[in-house]
Design a protein. Structure first.
Length: 164
């Protein structure tokens, strides 16, 4: 068993405030999607505020939502992200969020039990934007094994871009 777990951060710039009618379907799906994540194989932890989600946390600006979680491994997060009802919500992303030209999701390995804060996560996102995928900050498209993995330290691919 690995001494590392996978952390992820993804961000989104809202087209409207969360209380706007245009955001109602997104807001109404937060709880079911969070419950789905928490019940998914490989889920470890997710960032929450007092309301049970992270929508009140705005370290990157008032219009930018952050989502952060920790998973057992890349495969577990990939399965949840692209092979559950979560994908149907992602397909509607354009309704609620601006298109981002910069990378908006980053993956990185943390020691098991470590819960990254948003500032650590933002630093990883900035590292990915500056250097591209490396063992320190990467994407699903070019993922890296855990530092203590028996396999080689070279990257591997899980598939193409997000299908949403």
């Amino acid at each position: 068993m690995s001494a590392f777990q996978l952390a992820q951060l993804n961000i989104a710039i809202m087209k409207h405030s969360l209380d706007a009618p245009e955001m109602a379907d997104f807001v109404n799906n937060l709880d079911p999607i969070n419950v789905l994540a928490e019940s998914s194989p490989g889920f470890v932890w997710r960032l929450k505020d007092e309301a049970g989600d992270a929508t009140s946390l705005r370290p990157m600006g008032e219009n930018t939502l952050v989502n952060m979680s920790v998973w057992k491994d890349v495969e577990s997060l990939n399965q949840y992200t692209y092979h559950t009802a979560h994908l149907e919500i992602m397909k509607r992303r354009k309704e609620w969020f601006d298109h981002m030209k910069e990378v908006h999701m980053v993956l990185w390995w943390v020691r098991a039990g470590h819960r990254p804060d948003v500032y650590e996560a933002i630093a990883k996102l900035e590292l990915l934007r500056a250097k591209g995928p490396t063992a320190e900050a990467f994407t699903f498209r070019r993922a890296f094994p855990a530092p203590d993995a028996a396999q080689s330290s070279s990257s591997f691919e899980l598939g193409d871009e997000c299908p949403a």
